[in-house]
Design a binder for this molecule. Structure first.
Ligand SMILES: *Cc1c(COP(=O)(O)O)cnc(C)c1O
Length: 335
């Protein structure tokens, strides 16, 4: 897979570290747990979207765009990282933020990612919950174009085949690091939402014939829909990379049992996972994605899903600035 033939603007700190989590592994008394630190990609505190934006913004620049549009939930990490990367490239950025939780408190509407969106100079419009925000964004892009602007619209989560190239690259990077360390990876686990991260990883891991199984922990959609979304995008991404047919339907596995009451709503498991990583390893997860992904991994370990002599890599996709929008879920425990 020759990613060098795609336009790319270097924005991320790569390779991200691959680290052992000795304290968490010991506390759970299960497999050895490793963590791929994609929370350390840089650009406004990092996260998985930086890798996608390297390819997406290169396409925007090649098309002569002067304005980047994207959409996401009010506390979207993707929107915040897009605002930061656009600022770095001297491009205007306009965000459509969708209310998916019904929360109206100032922590949620103004702190965390929203505070940083403003700080990076993005303009923002707010929307009620809408199943077709990419369609709404197309209308907004047409309006800007009619005014003489040159907008480039990035779909929610940066999840199209161009964005997913960032995670094809991450799959190659991860396997190369494990090879250098002499580490046999038995499983990779991460949080899956708009599907680009998992699709890129699936296409990359299959394209290099790594034989490494991947498990996405869903944060929103039910299993059937999530797996279909990932499979469709992984297939398109493999084709774009010159590996048509590399992805089998069986390569795409999502477990959507850890969503709880809904997208962006904490669960007892996600709060526990965030506390455990903070206290055992000094690592910050986030309430919407990586906290639920880790909650799934912890629960599956407790259920004996992995052998003690196996190595599991958790991909930390970032998002910890979202914690400041969820202060109420983390009230200090009595001493
Ligand atoms: C967007 C996001 C994800 C999910 O990635 P997708 O490519 O949308 O599936 C996971 N973790 C964090 C912190 C994110 O911001």
């Amino acid at each position: 897979m020759n990613l060098g033939r795609f336009p790319r603007i270097r924005l991320a700190h790569l390779p991200t570290p691959l680290e052992h989590l000795p304290n968490l592994s010991r506390a759970l008394d299960g497999p050895e747990i490793w963590i791929k630190r994609d929370d350390c990609t840089g650009m406004s505190s990092g996260g998985n979207k930086t890798r996608k934006l390297e390819f997406l913004l290169a396409e925007a620049r090649a098309q002569g765009a002067d304005l980047i549009l994207t959409q996401g939930a009010t506390q979207s990490n993707h929107a915040r990282q897009t605002a930061a990367c656009a600022a770095r490239l001297g491009l205007a950025c306009h965000l459509l933020l969708e209310d998916r939780t019904g929360r109206t408190d100032a922590d949620y509407t103004a702190n965390g990612n929203v505070l940083l969106d403003h700080l990076h100079g993005a303009t923002i419009e707010h929307h009620a919950a809408n199943p077709d925000m990419n369609g709404v964004m197309a209308g907004v892009a047409a309006r800007f174009a009619a005014e003489g602007r040159r907008p480039y619209a990035i779909p929610g989560g940066g999840s199209n085949p161009i964005g997913a190239l960032g995670y094809v690259n991450a799959a190659i990077e991860l396997v190369a690091q494990a090879n250098d360390l002499g580490l046999r990876i038995d499983h990779v686990v991460h949080a899956t939402g708009s599907a680009g991260t998992q699709a890129g990883l699936v296409a990359g891991l299959a394209g290099i014939r790594s034989g490494v199984p991947l498990l996405g922990i869903g944060v929103r959609a039910p299993r059937d829909r999530q797996e279909e979304n990932v499979f469709r995008l992984a297939t398109q991404t493999a084709e774009l990379c010159g590996c048509p047919g590399a992805v089998a339907r069986g390569d795409v596995v999502a477990n959507c049992d850890y969503v709880g009451a809904g997208y962006g709503i904490s669960t007892p498991g996600s709060v526990e996972a965030i506390r455990m990583l903070a206290r055992l390893e000094g690592i910050l997860l986030d309430p919407v994605y990586s906290g639920k992904g880790m909650a799934g991994l912890i629960d599956l370990i407790r259920r004996g899903r992995f052998r003690r002599d196996e190595n599991v890599v958790f991909i930390h996709t970032g998002g910890s600035v979202g914690l400041f929008a969820y202060a109420g879920d983390f009230a200090p425990e009595p001493a």
